[in-house]
Design a protein around this ligand. Structure first.
Ligand code: AMP
Length: 113
């Protein structure tokens, strides 16, 4: 846990978030600035700065599994959805705690910006 990390503070419950799902290993909550009708962030509870720093395959699997569960909960598992992680400055990462964006509820386009 990092006291300065906003997502660690959400895990600790010291700043509010709208929780969609959680497990022993991971948490899912709504993005503050949604880019699609469904926009949920899925994070490991344990602080990891980005995918570049991830070393625990079981933890990554749990995060990915929770992303799939979020898609079911949000009703987009059948229609389709996108899971994205931004890593590092050129990847567009702005919060240094590994997170998957689960986006759905509208047509996604490729390539992303
Ligand atoms: P990224 O740019 O990939 O690092 O994504 C960070 C995401 O975190 C952005 O989509 C922000 O809107 C979102 N975000 C930042 N602070 C919060 C917060 N307190 N609660 C929920 N989402 C947040």
């Amino acid at each position: 846990m990092s006291d300065t990390c906003i997502f660690c503070r959400i895990v600790a419950g010291t700043i509010p978030a709208t929780i969609v799902a959680s497990s022993d290993t991971a948490m899912a909550f709504r993005d503050l600035s949604p880019q699609a009708p469904v926009h949920v962030l899925v994070i490991p509870r344990r602080h990891t700065a980005s995918l570049a720093d991830a070393v625990d395959a079981a933890e990554l699997g749990a995060v990915l599994a929770l992303a799939a569960e979020v898609a079911r909960i949000e009703g987009v598992a059948e229609s389709g959805y996108r899971v994205v992680t931004n890593a590092g400055p050129e990847g567009g990462q702005t919060v240094s705690h590994l997170h998957l964006h689960v986006l759905g509820g509208r047509q996604m386009h490729w390539p992303p910006g």
